[in-house]
Design a protein around this ligand. Structure first.
Ligand code: 8X3
Length: 246
C-alpha cells in the first residue's frame, strides 16, 4: 500500500510511518520540520517515496508536492493536529484557537477534498483521521480543541454516508492520554515540566499503540470498515460531573 501520513516528523505520525514501513508498505510524509523529515526518510530508505516539508495549511504547496503520487495513494492518514492552551475559552488567545481550527479541521478537510476524487475514480481507498477522546467527552480547557476533534468524528461518519457505494473506508481513531510525543509540550506552550507531570506515575498510551490501531484498521479485509476506535490507557477513566457550589 501507498500511505500518506501528515504530521509525520514526530509522535503518532512518525510511529505510524514506521509501523507501515516495517510491514513492507510505502509512505509519503508531510510535516513542517524538514530536518526531522529528512532524517526519518534516511532511516526508512526506499520505502519513503517522498517527503513534503510544509505546513498542512498550505494546500497548494502540498498538491504540487503530491501531484505525481496523488492518484496512487491507498491510505490517507490525517494525523497533523494540535492543542494550544488549556485556559477556559474566555481566556483563550484568538491566534491559538484559529490555528487549531486551521490545522485540525481545515487541514484535514482540504487534503481529503483533494485526494478523495482520486480514490473515488479508482474505486478504493481508506481515510484514517486522528480524533481524540476530547471529541467525545468535554473537559475543562478542552473547548476549541475538543470541538475540532468532535468535528473530525462527525466528518468521518458523514464521509462514510457519502461513500457507502464507493468501496472507500473511513475510520476515526480517538486516543486518550498518550505520552512519548510533543503533544502536551505544545498544549502547555512549551512548559516541559508540566507536560512531564501529566504522564508521571501513570502508564499512558504511547505513539506505537496508536500506530498499532491505525495499522490494524488499514489491514483488515476490505469489506470491514472500522468507524471509530476509542482507546485510553487502563489508568485513565471518567470523572464525576463537576458541580459548582456557592
Ligand atoms: C488529547 C487526549 O487525554 O491528553 O487528545 O486530553 S488527553
Amino acid at each position: 500500500m501507498l500511505v500518506l501520513v501528515t504530521g509525520a516528523s514526530a509522535g503518532f505520525g512518525e510511529a505510524i510511518a514506521r509501523r507501515f514501513v516495517k510491514e513492507g508498505h510505502q509512505v509519503i510524509l508531510i510535516a513542517r520540520r524538514e530536518e526531522r523529515l529528512q532524517k526519518l526518510q534516511e532511516e526508512l530508505g526506499n520505502a519513503c517515496l517522498k517527503i513534503i516539508a510544509c505546513d498542512i495549511a498550505k494546500i497548494e504547496m502540498i498538491k504540487e508536492g503530491l501531484s505525481e503520487y496523488a492518484s496512487k495513494i491507498d491510505v490517507l492518514i490525517n494525523n497533523a493536529g494540535l492543542a494550544l492552551g488549556v485556559e477556559p475559552f474566555n481566556e483563550c488567545l484568538k491566534e491559538d484557537f484559529e490555528e487549531m481550527i486551521e490545522t485540525n479541521i481545515l487541514g484535514v478537510v482540504r487534503l481529503t477534498h483533494y485526494l478523495l476524487p482520486f480514490m473515488v475514480s479508482r474505486g478504493s481507498g481508506h481515510i484514517i483521521n486522528l480524533g481524540s477522546i476530547a471529541g467525545n467527552y468535554p473537559y475543562p480547557g478542552g473547548n476549541v480543541y475538543g470541538g475540532t476533534k468532535a468535528f473530525l468524528k462527525q466528518f468521518s461518519l458523514n464521509l462514510r454516508a457519502d461513500l457507502v457505494d464507493k468501496n472507500i473506508r473511513v475510520s476515526n481513531i480517538e486516543p486518550g492520554l498518550c505520552g512519548g510525543s510533543e503533544f502536551s509540550i505544545v498544549r502547555f506552550k512549551g512548559d516541559r515540566q508540566r507536560a512531564e507531570e501529566l504522564y508521571k506515575n501513570t502508564h499512558p498510551l504511547m505513539p506505537e499503540d496508536i500506530a498499532e490501531s491505525v495499522f490494524w484498521c488499514a489491514n483488515l479485509p476490505s469489506h470491514i470498515n472500522i468507524n471509530s476506535i476509542e482507546l485510553m490507557p487502563t489508568t485513565q477513566a471518567f470523572s464525576p460531573f463537576r458541580v459548582h457550589k456557592q
